[in-house]
Design a binder for this molecule. Structure first.
Ligand SMILES: Cc1ncc(COP(=O)(O)O)c(C=O)c1O
Length: 403
């Protein structure tokens, strides 16, 4: 990093912000020869570019004020109303006061961090969890209570024991469907048990449902938020986050939080000082495109494409990857998580993999308190099926050598 006069004046909490070795290594994946399973990127050739372009043209021509003027912090009202209908269809009944549009769900995570975390506050996270959440909360300096995850998702019994033993997290952050990074989904029995715990221990839950619509079996798992509403008549314990990033395009930077109005009020106050409001043009475009039926046409197509890519990756694993390596088949989302024998070091393996023009993300940074150095995350949504097969053929001998 270039030192400048500014370096002498950085706020104390920025000391937490450092470049990661992995990020530096993954810069190398930008070379065209590399097949990368590292990013969490949607397939660019699947972006509904024509439809979004038509929506933009229409909205700017017919309603330039909605598209180009400053807007409400809470979000573009027609899109909020549309989302309320959308959430109702998922059995998450909310009113306008319980909904806030954000610049992607990443902004929702940051805003929640600002209003819920004091330095040293304990927060409970899955182990492993979404790296971007850890990054956004780093500035607020929490202490992490890490709860193990297995093939059925968060180990709710382990969390219960921690709470019985006196742990008092401010909230639990959980991805209940097709978790990033492991791809696992919280089982129905554990969903019920987790809500029991929320009531018993007064534990607020941030449910990040970035991937729920990308399901590859017949049914979408029911969000915890829907259970909360079914039990309590409205969102009481769960703050529900989701986004258009994985359904339409992440560049739109439009996501949302649904939660009880007391939380939304506070989030609106802090968002006002952050960016005034979410991008008006993006919100108006999404509204237009969704009214024209884009989600109904596009999301089934995405499910189909990504299911085929997942299956291509699983088939390549079966054929090429050594038997010492294990994984859980993800029923949705964008990732497969590999567990290698305990002595394997996937950070070292990444260096060797890059020499073979293939990339993945080592598991270590997904663990809030360290660990997981024998694990790795592979994305299957971005590369084509042919590249997936070729990439796993490149990766398999690297794994073999390292174990
Ligand atoms: C679990 C999870 N939450 C949140 C995000 C942020 O998404 P966005 O801000 O694009 O909505 C991501 C992005 O990959 C994610 O995987």
């Amino acid at each position: 990093m270039v030192r400048s006069i500014w370096n002498n004046y950085f706020a104390q909490n920025t000391a937490q912000l450092t470049n990661s070795v992995i990020r530096d290594l993954l810069h190398l994946t930008e070379q065209p020869s590399v097949i990368s399973f590292a990013g969490g990127l949607p397939a660019p050739e699947c972006f509904p570019a024509e439809e979004l372009s038509a929506a933009a043209e229409q909205i700017i021509a017919n309603n330039p004020v909605a598209a180009l003027q400053y807007g409400l912090t809470e979000g573009y009202p027609p899109l909020r109303d549309l989302l309320i209908e959308h959430l109702h269809a998922r059995q998450i009944d909310v009113c306008r006061e319980e909904l806030l549009l954000t610049a992607g769900s990443q902004q929702a995570l940051d805003l929640l961090g600002r209003i819920l975390i004091d330095p040293g506050s304990t927060i409970a996270v899955e182990d492993p969890t979404y790296l971007g959440a850890l990054q956004s909360w780093r500035l607020y300096n929490p202490t992490y209570l890490t709860v193990p995850v297995d093939a059925e998702g968060l180990d709710v019994a382990a969390l219960e024991q921690m709470l019985i033993n006196g742990a008092q997290p401010r909230f639990l952050y959980i991805m209940s469907c097709f978790q990033n990074p492991t791809g696992v989904t919280l089982s129905p029995a554990r969903r019920e048990a987790l809500l029991d715990l929320a009531v018993r221990f007064d534990l607020p839950i941030i449910e990040d449902d970035a991937y729920g619509e990308l399901y590859y079996n017949d049914e979408r798992p029911q969000p915890l938020a829907a259970l909360d509403v079914a039990r309590h008549g409205r969102l009481r314990y769960v703050a529900y986050l989701s986004s258009f990033s994985k359904l339409l395009a992440p560049g739109l930077r439009t996501g949302w939080v649904a939660a009880s109005s007391g939380l939304i009020d506070k989030l609106v106050q802090v968002k006002q000082g952050t960016d005034l409001h979410t991008n008006s043009l993006a919100q108006a475009m999404i509204y237009q495109a969704v009214c024209d039926g884009l989600l109904e046409r596009h999301v089934p197509y995405l499910r189909n494409t990504y299911r085929q890519r997942r299956d291509a990756m699983l088939a390549a694993f079966e054929q090429h990857v050594p038997v010492e390596v294990s994984w859980v088949v993800p029923e949705g989302g964008m990732f497969i998580w590999l567990t290698l024998p305990p002595y394997a070091d996937t950070m070292e393996m990444l260096k060797l993999a890059l020499e073979h023009d293939v990339a993945f993300v080592p598991g270590l940074p997904f663990y809030a308190n360290g660990g997981g150095s024998n694990t790795m995350r592979l994305n299957f949504s971005h590369a084509s099926r042919d590249d997936i097969t070729a990439g796993i053929q490149r990766l398999a001998p690297v794994i073999e050598r390292m174990i």
